[in-house]
Design a protein around this ligand. Sequence first.
Ligand code: ATP
Ligand code: MG
Length: 577
Amino acid sequence: MAADRPTDTADNTSSDAPRRLNFVQQIIEDDLRTGKWEGRVATRFPPEPNGYLHIGHAKSICLNFGLARQYNGTCNLRFDDTNPVKEEQEYIDSITADIRWLGFEGPVLFASDYFGQMYTWAVQLIQDGKAYVCDLSAEEVRAHRGTLTAPGTDSPFRNRSVAENLDLFERMRRGEFPDGSRTLRAKIDMASPNMNLRDPAMYRILHAHHPRTGDHWCIYPMYDWAHGLEDSIERITHSICTLEFENHRPLYDWFLDALGIYHPQQIEFARLALNYTVMSKRKLLELVKTKRVSGWDDPRMPTLSGLRRRGVTPESIRTFCADVGVAKFNSTIDVTRLENAVRDDLNKRAPRVMAVLNPLKVVITNYPEGQSEELDAVNNPEDASAGTRRVPFARELFIEAEDFMEDPPRKFFRLGPGREVRLRYAYFITCQEAVKDAAGNITELRCTYDPATRGGDAPDGRKVKGTLHWVSAAHAVDAEVRLYDRLFNVENPDKVEEGQDWKDHLNPESLRTIPAAKLEPNWREAANRASWTDEIARVQFERQGYFALDADTAKAGRPVFNRTVTLKDTWAKIAGK
Ligand code: ATP
Ligand code: MG
């Protein structure tokens, strides 16, 4: 579906949109004008496969793949798999799948495929007197590093001969030394005001099994050394990363200049931060490991797989990322903006069905026993092509318990004793009596209906203010409904007071499960009228919110729905109080 392509919907690049360039686009257009990269645009998205992708990564994915699409360039999905201790195949698979789901594709590459070339380049730097093997322990290195205000001191191993360095480095590679006993360091400047330039480590010894290179290597390259080389090998033009790497750029440049190899331009932008959300992979992993959530794809997680399972569409994520834009300064974005992007998209596309989450029985006393009929219901008022379906109506129905009050205030436009409302697509009904059990709980409403109001208004012009959703009791399908809400109940869960833990901010009401909600029988027919780029069935439960069918459905033997988002922002009210 062409309209689903991100270039058409998710950024300001379509030809009829006003062309306000973000600062990265500005740089690229200047470069294209001056012919700096022979007219090429080559970006990359470089995840470390040590966790699942989250909404913050989506911003970088949309930016990098989006630029490639916009400027007819390329974007590599490059796994930065340089730390075998934390990396797993499961993460590689999920990342690949999530990027495709988000609507992007590109060559899949692995930094580990360049380990041989990186090693050769390290030898070159040693030969040029620009790198040395250092025997200081991690702690000693730290002690020699100095501080922001005091210069560091040279390592006693800094002036080893080239021959000795070559020999030791070769023996490091062969596995002669234990983990952590030696490093290869760049020989730059221990007095540099930029701490990153104080002889940074290039290689460490780590006898660890790598998911792709197995036991071939027992030395692994450090990020700062490896990243620029990866970009250079792939002939990246614009190496876009987040602001924390601004201070690392001089090092990125130093390595590439020292080697005299192809030299991409590093550009930094602000990472995405959302309120009510933690985004650190370490914290997300902790939530998974401590079973605070059901897994990386728990619908409350800010991971792409969690958002997908929750029912969020890739289109709304792309719209959100485009809307947030690309900036040079860090800020926190209100998660409501993401929720609104999801609402807007689902409002346009999700078919409407009726489901009663907290059922109260209604008996229509003047409707013949044993009779039923079918009424026409509109599948999506925002999309006439979604058509209509039939909804069965009979003497016994369910409505939401919240839609009845025994002693309603004046502004309550739903049911109360003697009050009349419209049942959506059906009839006007009037409540005649509320039946109670011995404990005084309302167990059933006895109502009458007006046959003349079928599917429309009263012929005598009589008006009702409320319209309720309902489901015929005899035809209802039981469904499990999982009402998800924000995972944290404070704006900044990362901020903790003394003696507190960030996990103390978890919202205890982030999941409420309804085991047997009552769903209209033809919901599937309505759901099938929408087309999504993934296989997930999404619907609006009228007056309740947007819901997505969960993969647990098969094993539950009944439909299982996850609430994606409520119809309106219920948190704004809470925050206002
Ligand atoms: P860590 O390196 O601590 O494991 P990370 O979030 O940086 O975490 P990476 O796998 O290195 O994880 O990230 C891949 C890419 O995604 C990087 O280029 C990074 O700049 C970008 N990225 C990560 N988090 C965000 C974010 N919140 N907003 C925008 N881009 C992000
Ligand atoms: Mg990182």
